[in-house]
Design a protein around this ligand. Structure first.
Ligand code: ADP
Length: 485
């Protein structure tokens, strides 16, 4: 089925290695499907582990040339890539909706977010700088320069098929690194379209490669190959742990953006509309399939009933459907296991005494559609508060005391995002400081921007992406002890 692209050449169905499209895979095929309809969209030749090694070798060959370009030249290429991505917004959004399922308007938003990293790091490329310190003797200078890490590997998830790639590739290329990306098997088409646009933007052969194939086989090569000096991963904590262990063998630098279990704290003094809107954004974006999605909402007793009524009223109005249909706000979940997990969490909550305020079942459309759900009477014994649900389920938990709520919020091995809604400035500061999270949304459910450092603490990850700090993940310091200077 033709996705109706204005530029049909953006529909690429082969891996991109060393500036060429690899249309023979040694490991069968990756089948890409549309989660809204179940239709088969494309068959992509799956690369073998040996073919992934060839991609690493190509990135290694391209490294000396790319790292020695002037920063302004790399900036120019990234800026050109940004312009092309912006110009292709509609087509890229269609590919995202097609293979990931999110509503088209959200997909357009993702393309803008993805593009923002290309623009931002085009600018940051020119600002890589070092230090000079007075030495311990007058004859000595301490000079610190910053150099690209080398060949980088990126393993990316399906929930943001464009942005999770540019958030890694843009700082890597800006720093002078080369990269091999393994996109999620569910969403390779967006990644391959980005490669097509990279080529048009003038990214040299071997500098940016996309390899499609079996995650374990290719993951084993990317983590085991000594030519890869850095692994950057976004995905589940379980796979992150495994990749960290595999990378230990060759002592790679790593960045890990792992799972979350974001708490929301709504205090009595919150503005009701702001809190409800913020929670809806933080929960239902991408059908709840977001690592910073609100996973458990603690609401203070004095505002609980009004909050529950209003949030339930608004959730009932959410329009579920195929992301290509007008006005749809909630698309399908990604695959049958995702639906099964939502069902298990709701069944477990109900078995332990939670009450369904709305939703609570598959959507009458069938397939991978699930009704947006609100649960009340939720307790910390339930799986829905302990694990990331990754679906359109909003569990409400009543609390009375601030310290009790903060303790419950922190009672998790995760530490990615947290949100709080209050109009009290002292409380804002106190609670923000007490929350164990890498990011805190205050009176907002929307925190992602290229300007801010994205990342988690505890078992939610290592390192930060975006912001003035994001490029550091792709640079190493070299200290020159300069005698006689
Ligand atoms: P999600 O729950 O978002 O699918 P995963 O952690 O399973 O999260 O997937 C994120 C990325 O990690 C995907 O590109 C997936 O193919 C990849 N992946 C999953 N398992 C492995 C593995 N054993 N080795 C390497 N990559 C893996």
């Amino acid at each position: 089925p033709a996705p109706g692209l204005a530029d049909p050449a953006l529909l690429r169905t082969a891996s991109y290695v060393d500036g060429t499209w690899v249309d023979h895979g040694e490991a069968g095929h990756v089948v890409v499907g549309n989660p809204a309809t179940g239709e088969r969209i494309a068959d992509i030749p799956a690369l073998s582990r040996a073919q992934a090694a060839e991609a690493v070798a190509a990135a290694h060959r391209a490294l000396p040339g790319w790292r020695s370009t002037a920063a302004a030249e790399r900036a120019g290429v990234l800026r050109q890539w940004y312009d092309l991505v912006q110009a292709a917004t509609d087509d890229l959004a269609r590919l995202i909706t097609l293979e990931e399922g999110k509503p088209l308007a959200e997909a357009r938003g993702e393309v803008a977010y993805a593009a923002s990293f290309l623009e931002w790091f085009a600018e940051e490329a020119k600002r890589i700088r070092g230090d000079v310190f007075p030495g311990p003797q007058s004859s000595r200078r301490i000079v610190v320069i910053r150099e690209p890490v080398g060949v980088c590997a990126a393993i990316t998830p399906w929930n943001f098929p464009a942005a999770m790639i540019t958030r890694k590739a843009a700082p890597a290329l800006a720093a002078g690194c080369t990269m091999v990306v393994k996109p999620a098997a569910q969403t390779p088409l967006t990644a391959l379209a980005l490669a097509e646009l990279a080529e048009r933007a003038g990214v040299p052969a071997g500098v940016f490669n996309v390899v499609v194939g079996d995650a374990r086989e290719i993951g084993a090569e990317l983590t085991g190959n000594p030519l890869v000096r850095k692994l950057t991963f976004t995905g589940s904590t379980g796979v992150g742990r495994l990749l960290l262990a595999q990378s230990a063998e060759t002592v790679k630098k790593t960045s890990m953006e792992l799972g979350g279990n974001a708490p929301v704290l709504v205090f009595d003094d919150a503005d009701l509309d702001t809190a409800v809107s913020g929670v809806l954004t933080a929960k239902y974006r991408n059908s709840g399939e977001s690592c910073i999605g609100a996973n458990r909402v603690y609401v203070q007793a004095g505002i609980y009933d009004r909050f529950a009524d209003e949030v339930t009223r608004r959730v009932r109005e959410l329009v579920v459907g195929d992301g290509f249909e007008a006005d749809v706000q909630i698309g399908p979940l990604i695959d049958p296991p995702a639906v099964a997990k939502v069902e298990e969490h709701i069944a477990d909550a109900a078995a332990h005494g939670a009450e369904v305020l709305c939703g609570g079942a598959r959507h009458p459309r069938g397939g991978l559609f699930y009704q947006p759900t609100v649960l009340t009477g939720v307790t910390r014994q339930m799986a829905v508060t302990r694990e990331e649900t990754f679906g359109p389920v909003l569990p409400l938990i009543r609390f009375t005391d601030e310290a009790e709520a903060v303790a419950a919020a922190n009672d998790t091995e995760f530490g990615l995002a947290a949100y709080l809604f209050t109009r009290d400035a002292e409380r804002t500061w106190r609670v923000s400081a007490a929350l164990e999270a890498g990011m805190v949304g205050i009176n907002t459910g929307l925190i992602s921007t290229e300007i801010a450092p994205f990342g988690g603490i505890k078992q939610s990850g290592l390192g930060r992406e975006g912001s003035v700090h994001g490029i550091d993940e792709y640079l190493e310091m070299k200290y020159l002890a300069w005698e006689g200077a």
